[in-house]
Design a protein around this ligand. Structure first.
Ligand code: PMP
Ligand code: GLU
Length: 398
């Protein structure tokens, strides 16, 4: 069978592949501690589940409008106004089957051959592949831990060409946990406005922030910037609802109409029941979010402290999300018995085999010096898993 050429240009998602590998080992009875997947380990709060059960019982089990129910769009609009002071109309919102689907729909609506899309690295695994799947070219702009893993506006400006179609910004970031402060966003916005650069702003970790960091949407900086921004968000992380598959975009009406048309010809609406659950999540009290964030904060502290104490390992202090992205490159060029560690990929293999911990190679996020550990797992797992990692790294010899 001859597959379309675009398939040959992408890799399966490294995060999902790592998760599958860890689950397969656990199914064989092997005690693997999984730091691979970015998925809250908390259960979806009961009032949200109840809303879904009520929806089923009430027969809310049919197609909805392809771009989402009015009720959910109104709930999204209220949140954007309350959290960021942003005002949208219902025709500026499209609800999709998760933020990943939202991002893919945007890529379909916007990108074509010859287009360049600027992506700061380290980046979330799916951004470059979604660009490539839509025949455009990712332009990767590196950022450094010393600069807080935020995009230098001068480097952004020098990456812009007449072919540049958009910038994909992710604050707080997966995988680094870096968050952009308002002043940094203002400098990015200044460049974007000067070049009429569309910003796809993935804000899915906007509520999962620490030490008083406040997430600011670049769209909220000015009406001009709002007109150049598509805000992407969803319920997966904030409400521990990864399996429900609800994400959305808020942006200019013409673009949102194009996204809605694509969706009407591809997936139709996201699940009606999940939409009812998402309404309950967005309209519900903050208490469950605050509880989860407090727990994530304790785990972050423990994970970063333990990683930083390992010889040769340095770890950036995340301001949001639930990932640590330590630089482990001092281990490269070392070996244990017949196993040589040459980069993040081989270290990841070594760690699963020797330490029985699953982590994701930094190479998948555009930075081979690092590995990613999700701390969306219990403190007990973090302590035991990092003991194992420490012991395995100590066995590596020059
Ligand atoms: N953006 C980022 C940065 C993510 O880490 C994820 C992880 N799932 C997503 C988007 C997509 O989330 P979902 O499709 O579950 O809404
Ligand atoms: N975003 C999560 C992660 O980075 C879930 C996996 C995925 O959607 O790729 O682990």
């Amino acid at each position: 069978m001859k597959l379309a050429q675009r398939v040959g240009r992408i890799q399966p998602s490294a995060t999902l592949a790592t998760a599958a590998r860890a689950k397969a080992l656990v199914a064989q009875g092997i005690d693997v501690i999984d730091f691979g997947l970015g998925e809250p380990d908390f259960d979806t709060p009961d009032p949200i589940k109840d809303a879904a059960i009520d929806a089923i019982r009430a027969g809310f089990t049919k197609y909805t409008a392809p771009s989402g129910t009015d009720e959910l769009k109104q709930a999204i609009i209220r949140r954007l106004e309350a959290d960021q002071g942003l005002r949208y109309q219902p025709n500026e919102i499209v609800v999709s089957c998760g933020a990943k689907h939202t991002l893919y729909n945007l890529a379909q609506a916007l990108f074509e051959q010859g287009d360049e899309v600027i992506i700061p690295a380290p980046y979330w695994v799916s951004y470059p592949d979604q660009v490539v799947l839509n025949d455009a070219t990712p332009v990767i702009v590196p950022t450094q831990a010393e600069d807080g893993y935020t995009l230098d506006p001068r480097r952004l400006e020098s990456a812009i060409t007449p072919r540049t179609k958009a910038l994909i910004l992710n604050s707080p970031s997966n995988p680094t946990g870096a968050g952009y402060a308002r002043a940094q966003l203002e400098r990015i916005a200044e460049v974007a406005l000067r070049h009429r650069l569309l910003v796809i702003s993935d804000e899915i970790y906007g509520q999962i922030v620490y030490d008083g960091f406040r997430h600011v949407s670049i769209a909220s900086l000015s009406p001009e910037m709002k007109a150049l921004t598509v805000v992407v968000d969803g319920v997966s992380k904030t409400y521990a609802m990864t399996g429900w598959r609800i994400g959305w975009a808020a942006g200019p009406a013409a673009l949102m109409t194009a996204v809605a048309n694509i969706q009407s010809q591809s997936t139709s609406n996201p699940a009606s029941i999940s939409q009812k659950a998402a309404v309950a999540a967005l309209n519900g009290p903050r208490a469950s979010i605050d509880r989860m964030v407090a727990e994530f904060a304790a785990r972050r502290n423990e994970m970063v402290r333990r990683l930083s104490a390992m010889p040769g390992v340095s770890c950036f202090q995340p301001q949001g999300a639930f990932y640590a992205f330590p630089d482990v490159s001092s281990c490269y060029g070392r070996h244990h018995n017949a196993t040589a560690v040459t980069g993040s990929q081989s270290l990841t293999t070594y760690l699963i085999e020797e330490a029985r911990i699953a982590v994701v190679a930094g190479a998948a996020f555009g930075d081979d010096r690092c590995i990613r550990l999700s701390y969306a797992t219990s403190l007990d797992h973090i302590r035991r898993g990092l003991d194992r990692m420490d012991a395995a790294l100590a066995k590596l010899k020059k």
